[in-house]
Write a protein that binds this ligand. Structure first.
Ligand code: PGA
Length: 251
């Protein structure tokens, strides 16, 4: 198994205002001097706060990402934001294909792939999300669904530096429920197989994050699962203490 440096990414979703800067500042303080930390740290605030949070992390190793981008570089797309704009605002990463975007905005695998390609065009790392619904899981279709989402959502040019996979079972997001470590291991191994078959050595090095109700109390156990190379954290990334509790799994 290739050695892959972990990434702990916070997805603030539609949460946060200027006052949230104090949580970022608190996190920067907790990270200061932690040279042995074996993971990278990323915060994905809403687009309105990318510039402000970028300012707040100045001098630290925390990276900033967007939560979505349009496939095009610019143009008549009211309300949308391009990967180039996120990059210009200080982002290095962008989440694409989160299940909430797939559900709320009808994003298809092809749309997600176009967004990931846009991220690459702009020089951003794309965090491509996949995950089965509860009904799909109950029907025993988890691996089939994940393989199909990966096939349709990942650009052919994906490489380890430019592309991160996030496995987020839809039923585990924001519910406090998580799959067992055995279930996570089974899905992450299947994802690794798909990545290696399609991208060779690059696929062996791509980060595969687990997401869905990651908390300080379960982070250590989940992050120890083979082929889990970090976490995508929603609710627990909003407070510096909770997010730090998860990051600490890598101390
Ligand atoms: P959660 O969200 O940690 O609040 O479950 C995870 C995500 O949707 O990225």
């Amino acid at each position: 198994m290739a050695r892959v440096k972990a990434l702990v990414a916070g997805n603030w979703k539609m949460n946060g205002e200027k006052a949230s800067k104090k949580e970022v500042t608190a996190l920067v303080r907790k990270l200061a001097g932690k040279k042995k930390l074996a993971c990278d740290v990323l915060i994905c605030p809403p687009a309105t706060l990318v510039g402000l949070v970028k300012e707040a992390v100045r001098g630290s190793k925390i990276a900033i990402g967007g939560q979505d981008c349009h496939a095009k570089e610019s143009g008549a797309h009211t309300g949308d934001i391009s990967a180039e704009m996120l990059k210009d605002a200080g982002a290095t990463h962008v989440i694409v294909g989160h299940s909430e975007r797939r559900a709320d905005h009808g994003e298809t695998d092809a749309a997600v792939r176009a967004k990931a390609e846009a991220a690459h065009r702009a020089g951003l790392t794309a965090i491509v999300c996949v995950g089965e619904t509860e009904a799909e899981r109950d029907a025993g279709a988890t691996l089939k669904v994940i393989r199909s989402q990966l096939k349709g959502s990942l650009p052919d040019a994906a490489a380890a530096k430019t592309t991160v996979i996030a496995y987020e079972p839809v039923w585990a997001i924001g519910t406090g429920r998580t799959p067992t470590p055995e279930d996570v291991a089974r899905v992450h191994a299947a994802i690794r197989n798909v990545l290696e078959a399609r991208f060779g050595a690059e696929g062996a090095k791509m980060r595969i994050l687990y997401g869905g109700s990651v908390k300080p109390a379960n982070a250590k156990e989940l992050m120890a699962v083979p082929n889990v190379n970090g976490a995508l954290v929603g609710g627990a990334s909003l407070k510096a203490d909770d997010f730090w509790g998860i990051i600490s799994a890598y101390l």
